[in-house]
Each structure stands twice: as C-alpha cells, then as structure tokens.
Design a protein around this ligand. Structure first.
Ligand code: SAM
Length: 291
C-alpha cells in the first residue's frame, strides 16, 4: 500500500505520478465490448445475487496488501473497484444514480471544514470529496484509497489533490498529521473488527481538536419497509429504498447497528452532530485531546 512508495522528508507517503503508472488489465478490461456474448457476461455478472470475490491481477501495485474483506463486488460492480473500464464509469455514474445528493452532502460538509488546512479523505474513490474540501478553502488535501484504478481516475480529474494508495486502518501518515479526516460512504464498507482498527488509526492521524466528518447512507432506507418510505418521502423514498436493497453491501447492516456516539467515544471522539435526511446521514465529531 502506501509503504510501496518511499516516505518524503515530512514523513508523508510519496505521491505517485498516477499518469505514469501502468495498471494491469482486469477481466472486465479484457472483454470485447462489440461481442454480444461478452456483453451478456458483463450483464449477468452485474445482475447475479451471489457475488464472488474480486479477481485481482497478480501484478497489481499494492495488491498483496489489500485486505480480503475489501475485495467484494460492492454495488454489484463486475470485479468491484478493480478494473480500468468499470471504475471509469463508476466515478461518474455513482453521483448520477444518487440524484445529486452526494454532491450536495460533500459540499455541505466541505463548507464546515474549509477553514481547516490539512485534510485527508479516506476511501476517496474518484476524488470528489477531496476536491470539495479543496474548493472550500483547505490547501493541503490528500485522498487515500486501496484501489489504484480509482486513484488513477481521481488524479487525472483533480490534479491539485495528493492521491495515495492505502487503507483507513493503516494510512501511513504520522501522528496528528491532519486537521480533519473525511469519510464519504466508506464506513459501511468496513466490517466491525476493521472499523475499530480504522477509528483507532483516524484518531492517531487527526490532531487533538481536529474533526472527523462522516457521510453515510440513511439507515431508514434499509430498516423501513418500502411502503413507509413512500409515505414519508414520496417517490424519492421508494427510489432510494429500492436502490439500497438492490446494491451489494455486505457490511451495511453491521455498520447501522453501531451506536455511533458510543463507538466514537470508545476511540476518543466526541459526537457533535448526527443529522439524517434521506438518503444521507451526516456525522461530525471532534478528536478529543489525550488524557
Ligand atoms: C462508496 S465508495 C466511496 C465514494 C467516495 N468517497 C465519494 O465521495 O464518491 C467506497 C470507497 O471506499 C474504499 N474503501 C473500502 N474499504 C476501505 C478501507 N478499509 N480504507 C480505505 N478505503 C476503503 C473503496 O475502495 C471505495 O473507493
């Protein structure tokens, strides 16, 4: 992961020139998109309910350090976040499928953090959250994600953000390095055991008094019956309820069962805000000083 690149003198991981990194083709990249049979393979792969683990190309940079739990076909994406072609579509289509709500939530959170300088966005995917905090005024902005395919797309689109490969539970940064960490639609992809390790690591890299900002799907999309979502929120409620039920999210229920205030307190954070407006839940917490 981050360790595959040497550290700079400030102790930060070195930022690769992603435009010069050659990534291996994964199986969706090797399909012939003019062949009906191969398109059918892709459609079948996206539609099936039992989902295999991602098939990582053997020579993927940092591939050996990616924990197995991450290698899921989240959101029914063929080979998950690990191909050039599917991730290219994902970084654009995710926001469209969410009907603009992601962009609005990222901007709202970014405006709360824009007075801060150094911000790490974990699970940055296409880099939209990192760019939002940069646009809001932060100047030292990093994006971290285990998938080099996503990082390559992010770096091409947002050249002022520093993108590095890594995971929330082992970021590769020094203690107290950041004023804030953002995590947009990431926590529900991390199973409970690794969630604890991630929160411990985020506490380590956020300075005392710094902020942890989390954006997550509204729990009611899954916990409430579709009829109630329709009554409460109209067609948007129905749409997001159906979407949440259709997406492969193996750890989302475990995340939603967490008592967020207690979990944050366990890792030395104070919950300041927990706002839920379908389809987005927004959580802000302060990293408390060490005793
Ligand atoms: C739903 S996407 C996030 C979208 C993105 N933050 C945005 O605002 O559009 C979840 C991301 O979390 C990443 N991820 C999953 N497990 C992770 C972990 N343990 N540490 C860091 N990133 C992780 C995935 O690679 C994926 O890019």
């Amino acid at each position: 992961m981050g360790q595959s690149f040497s550290a700079n003198s400030a102790g930060d991981p070195l930022v690769p020139d992603w435009s010069a990194v050659t990534l291996p083709d994964a199986w969706p990249d090797r399909l012939d998109y003019s062949s009906p049979g191969q398109i059918a393979r892709l459609v079948f792969s996206a539609a099936r309910s039992r989902r295999p683990l991602v098939d990582l190309p053997a020579d993927l940079p940092g591939g050996n350090a990616i924990p197995r739990y991450i290698l899921q076909e989240f959101h029914n994406l063929p080979n998950g976040n690990y191909s050039k072609s599917i991730t290219r579509g994902y970084v654009t289509w995710f926001d469209r499928v969410m009907l603009g709500s992601m962009q609005r939530a990222r901007t709202a959170v970014a405006q709360r953090l824009g007075h801060l300088d150094s911000i790490l966005d974990i699970g940055c995917a296409g880099g939209h959250m990192a760019q939002a905090v940069l646009d809001a005024g932060a100047s030292d902005v990093w994006g971290l994600d285990p998938s080099p395919y996503l990082l390559q797309h992010a770096a091409a689109r947002y050249p002022r953000v520093k993108f590095v490969q890594g995971i929330a539970e082992d970021t590769g940064f020094r203690d107290g390095r950041f004023d804030a960490v953002t995590a947009c639609f990431v926590m529900h992809e991390i199973p409970p055991r690794y969630l604890d390790a991630s929160l411990a690591e985020l506490r380590r890299v956020i300075r005392p008094g710094g902020v942890l900002a989390v954006i997550e799907p509204s729990p009611e999309q899954i916990t409430e019956p579709l009829s109630r979502l329709l009554l409460r929120h109209g067609w948007r409620g129905l749409y997001f309820g159906l979407l949440a039920r259709r997406m492969h999210e193996p750890f989302v229920r475990a995340w939603q069962q967490q008592h967020v205030a207690s979990k944050l307190a366990e890792f030395g954070f104070r919950l300041d805000e927990d706002r839920d407006e379908l389809p987005i839940r927004q959580i802000l917490a302060t990293r408390l000083a060490d005793d």
